[in-house]
Design a protein around this ligand. Sequence first.
Ligand SMILES: Cc1cc2nc3c(=O)[nH]c(=O)nc-3n(C[C@H](O)[C@H](O)[C@H](O)COP(=O)(O)OP(=O)(O)OC[C@H]3O[C@@H](n4cnc5c(N)ncnc54)[C@H](O)[C@@H]3O)c2cc1C
Length: 325
Amino acid sequence: MPGILVYALHDDEGNFNKNSLGAISAASKLAAELGGEAGAVVVGDISDDACAGLGTYGAAKVYRAKDVPEGLAQPIVDVMAKVIGDDGYGYALFGGGLLGFEIGAGLTARLGAGVTMEVTEVKVADGKLVAERPILQDSQIADVGYVAEPGIIIGRLNAFDIDESGSGAAEVTDVSVELSPWSTKASMVERGEQRGADVNIEDADILVGGGRGLGEADGFKLCEELAESMGGAVAATRAVVDAGWYPYAAQIGQTGKTVAPKLYLAAGISGAIQHKVGMQNSENILAINKDPNAPIFEFSDLGVVGDLNKIVPKLTEAIKAKKAG
Ligand SMILES: Cc1cc2nc3c(=O)[nH]c(=O)nc-3n(C[C@H](O)[C@H](O)[C@H](O)COP(=O)(O)OP(=O)(O)OC[C@H]3O[C@@H](n4cnc5c(N)ncnc54)[C@H](O)[C@@H]3O)c2cc1C
């Protein structure tokens, strides 16, 4: 069947993550072009209404595995592999993010499928999906096609826009899946929050990124106050994460998370390529750096040359004053 299966990640309260909703929206449009449907896999005890509500984003069917835990990749690979096997989906599409990457890679290995990662766009050519993947430090785009089904496509985080124009409620089916022995070897002990991670940085519209220019771990207070004044979250470079100044959950870049907020404000960040790849899709980039030749200015929409210790507190004060009156 020329259908596309998506995994819909949710938090403990059952709210679906916007990255997944974007993937469902993209899958729905592409499946329609292929003459098929988009299906979504949901794990955990999520209500009928919440599952059916995925129809708003274009899901025709929702496969709910109530007893399967959220948060670990292998059990979800089991569920997706069964649904693909039973209902013959031609493709699986993931919106990216750490769990999406892990499930997508696991599903690829399980099914012996072809996979494309870091995809920014998907199109239909000759009745098949073709994934567009930036290569050579994003200077070129490669078109990647599939010689056999199923094909696995893993997008960059938030690469796919959310579209709420789906018609009607999705049909919800409960699936029962026997988990593979290795899938139950790990169990979720606790899902906790770390300092700076109380807002999921992958979902935040506003991010204040802090780098080595903050001088010390305590320098992050400046970023936290600024982020709080704007209702945003705090992100970090690898240099400061490695130095123990901020948790890994906040790291942006090649070996961290990929984000695409409306505003990314970089304070004391040089703009190394490994950091850039994680935040270059931000709608607006504002950089504060004392070095006028810092590479970050080459891809910023607005650059402020100066000492962040003077600029950031003034900016926070000004935003608070504007909000107050
Ligand atoms: C394989 C590999 C993977 C990597 N993965 C990642 C990754 O995922 N994410 C990542 O971020 N990095 C990653 N890196 C590291 C990356 O190469 C850079 O070293 C790192 O991003 C630099 O962090 P930074 O900008 O905080 O520090 P620096 O490069 O030291 O920059 C600090 C900046 O602060 C400015 N500054 C100093 N004081 C002030 C002040 N008072 N006011 C204003 N500005 C000031 C300086 O001018 C400078 O530009 C990786 C590297 C490798 C080799």
